[in-house]
Design a protein around this ligand. Structure first.
Ligand code: IPE
Ligand code: IPE
Ligand code: MG
Length: 244
């Protein structure tokens, strides 16, 4: 159980609002995504500094293929470019990159970029950085179940946990969505079962270190009960269900 006042060990973010950020400035939507990369760079650094252990971000959903082709290709380009540019800095900050999603539909260039970034940072342990790209919560649940079925393993909550794409980390403690919408949009459907939800009206490119601190402070005021009562949580002998 995470004690009140502590920093969330795992923060997950739906980085929404790049398009509106650009449109408000009469810029093409891709300019908003570029600005979003700047916000993400600062966010990774700040989370590391605050002692967050895992950061999981939603960068491209299974449904985002439905966007105009020039925006989709712009996002693919941007990912490949960002990976090649940012890895040395992430490396020096002790960040370990994991790509989470269906790689099969991605171009070879993007796939290679992801694999290289993962390999280059595999020895790092200060902050685990999961990039969900061509990811959907339903895809993850279905691929986990298919994996178990193919191996003839029984389907239980534990075996599913182990087969999911985020099996290497505990469930998110705090799930943030920027951009004003209050929905999950097919992100972490399985893992967010007990995440604290935090919605911000700020558009993702404007979500700065102060905004992250506000979200962390809000989280610290929450009481995570995991089905129990407040009175039970107040009893020191009763440690409650583990958050992990
Ligand atoms: C989120 O920003 C980034 C991606 C989905 C890739 P949007 O592009 O959805 O921004 P809005 O919601 O249109 O403002
Ligand atoms: C969710 O944002 C996906 C990402 C941030 C990558 P969307 O902008 O695609 O979500 P909807 O379509 O508004 O639900
Ligand atoms: Mg959006």
């Amino acid at each position: 159980m995470t004690a009140p006042g502590t920093v969330p060990q795992h923060i997950a973010i739906v980085m929404d609002g790049n398009g509106r950020w650009a449109t408000r400035r009469y810029l093409p939507r891709v300019a908003g995504h570029k600005k979003g990369v700047d916000a993400l760079r600062a966010c990774v650094r700040h989370c590391g500094d605050r002692g967050v252990k895992v950061l999981t971000v939603f960068a491209f959903s299974s449904e985002n293929w439905n966007r105009p082709p020039e925006e989709v290709s712009g996002l693919m380009e941007l990912l490949a470019m960002a990976l090649s540019r940012e890895v040395p800095q992430l490396q020096s900050e002790g960040v370990r990159i994991h790509f989470i999603g269906d790689r099969s539909a991605l171009s070879e260039k993007v796939r290679n970029g992801l694999e290289q970034a993962e390999a280059a940072t595999a020895g790092n342990a200060r902050l685990v950085f999961n990039i969900c790209f061509n990811y959907g919560g339903r895809w993850d649940i279905a691929q986990a179940a298919a994996k178990l079925a193919a191996r003839g393993e029984p389907i239980t909550e534990q075996s599913m946990d182990r087969a999911m794409a985020l099996a290497h980390v505990s469930d998110p403690d705090l799930l943030i969505r920027t951009g004003g919408e209050q929905r999950i949009s097919n992100f972490l459907l399985w893992q967010a079962a007990y995440s604290e939800l935090y919605f911000s009206d700020k558009l993702w490119p404007d979500f700065d270190a102060a905004a992250i601190d506000e979200a962390i402070a809000d989280y610290a005021r929450r009481e995570r009960r995991f089905g129990r009562t407040s009175e039970q949580l107040a009893q020191p002998a009763d440690t409650g269900r583990k958050a992990a």
